[in-house]
Design a protein around this ligand. Structure first.
Ligand SMILES: C[S@@+](CC[C@H](N)C(=O)[O-])C[C@H]1O[C@@H](n2cnc3c(N)ncnc32)[C@H](O)[C@@H]1O
Length: 431
């Protein structure tokens, strides 16, 4: 009955609701102790990036201990595009195949996904390739570079396990795969524990690096302009309480400002992501292949948002709230990544909004989606896809960058790949 479909939510129906994580401010937490020790060893306030590094990557850090509760729908710390939309993941798989074709269809193509979260992008890419591009699937050697305690969640997802926290979204190909398909997908994946910033797996030929929402997690410096002078943020202690302080720029931060010509308005703060530069330099080692980076950010000119933000969203939280229990993140400057890559001889195959990138890989535009008849005309799985694809279109702050070396390929909305096959079925059934 149409009315039933409107009332219930097929994306979450049947999936047990999980409680949200409790965020406790513990002044004696191990993370707090590590920060106190760092400040003592430094004999004074530490640069913000060192503080952020301990919070995220310390012994009991937010990412190192796999605390990130990434969910589809409501609840959790935050949601990401792969968790929300199977179209997003299939479009990335289309892009990976396109790069593989441009490489001349080598017998082995290594895809290295860094920071794979719950593993849904890997799962959907494998399921898409298995069903839509078996020759590409046969060539796929999928690696995951992951810093945190996420491998178990990722393995559960890739092996088809239906854990509510990690399940591939309802309506994905993965949900319709057989136990044998899941086993074959799992056999394709290898894990490497470490930081993507410095991990080099030694594969530089016929390789594709891919990430979604990774460099935004790298520890950054925060810089502001005060009476015409740039200053850098430090974190210190005042009567045992964490406090922010401002001081002179470290030489590496000054160099960044000069090299990338960053203009800061008086009173405004910006993030300086030296780790993103180091990461891009390490990716630049590829001789033949591509790098797909998707994240929130900007192209040269920062927006008005805060330099760093915390998740889960709560107006009371600042980066000093509950060290090690919250995500701390900053917008990524894609012009810096492209610049660092071009200096090393890489080509830009795409730089633009995430939406245009997805359209170039076969996701229908918002105009096309609006032509699809409403929920009452669609089976649940298709309704979920279409609804999630419309949501993707609202993610205006997200960008994509595709860099290549040794191959010729471009991604553009005017010469887009064929529309994802799920939509061909939807349009056929509605005509
Ligand atoms: C914001 S989550 C994004 C997860 C996933 N890509 C998604 O879109 O759902 C960031 C992921 O990157 C991992 N991560 C953070 N810093 C990392 C680093 N330096 N090296 C490797 N993985 C990292 C985290 O553990 C987490 O899995």
């Amino acid at each position: 009955m149409a009315a039933d479909l409107e009332v219930r939510d097929p994306a979450t129906d049947g999936i047990e609701a999980l409680p949200s994580r409790e965020i406790i401010a513990d002044p004696n937490s191990t993370t707090m102790q590590e920060i106190q020790q760092a400040i003592a060893e430094h004999e004074g306030p530490i640069p913000f990036s060192q503080y952020m590094g301990i919070c995220l990557y310390g012994r009991n850090g937010y990412y190192s201990k796999g605390k990130a509760d990434i969910r589809s729908g409501t609840g959790g710390d935050f949601k990401t595009c792969p968790m929300e939309s199977t179209d997003f993941c299939e479009a990335v798989a289309v892009a990976e195949r396109k790069l593989w074709v441009a490489m001349g269809r080598p017998a082995v193509c290594t895809v290295i996904e860094s920071g794979a979260g719950n593993g849904v992008m890997a799962k959907d890419a494998l399921a898409w390739a298995r069903q839509e591009a078996p020759d590409f699937y046969a060539a796929l050697d999928y690696r995951i570079v992951e810093y945190g305690d996420m491998a178990l969640k990722q393995r559960t997802t890739i092996s088809g396990g239906n854990n509510p926290a990690t399940t591939p979204r309802r309506g994905s190909r993965a949900e319709a795969s057989s136990p044998e398909d899941h086993r074959n997908d799992l056999k394709k994946v290898r894990w490497h524990r470490g930081s993507a910033i410095e991990t080099d797996l030694g594969v530089h030929e016929n390789v594709i690096h891919v990430s979604n929402e990774l460099p935004d997690a790298f520890p950054v410096e925060v810089v502001r302009m005060e009476h015409g002078e740039p200053q850098q943020k430090y974190i210190g202690l005042d009567n045992g309480k964490l406090v922010e302080m401002w001081g002179p720029l470290q030489p590496a931060v000054s160099d960044y400002m000069m090299e990338f010509a960053v203009a800061i308005e008086e009173g405004k703060e910006i993030a300086v992501n030296l780790n993103a530069v180091a990461w891009q330099q390490s990716l630049n080692r590829i001789n033949r292949g591509g790098i797909i980076t998707i994240d929130y950010g900007f192209d040269g000119v920062a927006g008005q948002s805060k330099a760093v933000r915390t998740y889960p969203k709560n107006e009371q939280y600042t980066p000093l709230t509950s060290p090690g229990e919250l995500d701390i993140t900053s917008d990524v400057d894609f012009s810096v990544l492209a610049h660092v890559a071009e200096q090393a001889g890489l080509d830009v195959a795409f730089s633009g909004t995430q939406e245009d990138f997805l359209i170039s890989c076969g996701v229908p535009s918002q105009d096309t989606l609006s032509q699809i008849k409403g929920a009452e005309y669609l089976p649940d799985a298709e309704y979920i896809r279409v609804r999630a694809a419309k949501w993707l279109g609202m993610r205006a702050a997200f960008r994509a960058l595709v860099l290549t070396k040794g191959i010729e390929v471009k991604f553009s909305t005017t010469e887009a790949e064929p529309m994802l096959s799920a939509y061909r079925r939807i349009f056929d059934s509605q005509s």
